[in-house]
Design a protein around this ligand. Sequence first.
Ligand SMILES: [Zn+2]
Length: 94
Amino acid sequence: MTKKLEKTQPPNRTAAEIMDAIGIDPLAEMERLANGEMPCGICGGAGKTRYQKPVKGRPKERMCENCQGSGKETVSPALRDEMRAELKKYGLNV
Ligand SMILES: [Zn+2]
């Protein structure tokens, strides 16, 4: 006798509920972008990355090329303005 598998459907959730469940606050993220405070996606805010020399040796660190050592993601002025305009719709001035 084979066991019949029950088909289950994922719960019907809104995008806001999903973001809340995984701990993402979209307005806070937009504010960080608008203020240029988004941590660098490559070095995680350290400003340095490790690299391995082609020969034996311990990994060395060098300045992160993505953020130029600032530890912040490079955000264009156009994107900052766009984020400020979006936040203004929610009554938030940054
Ligand atoms: Zn970086």
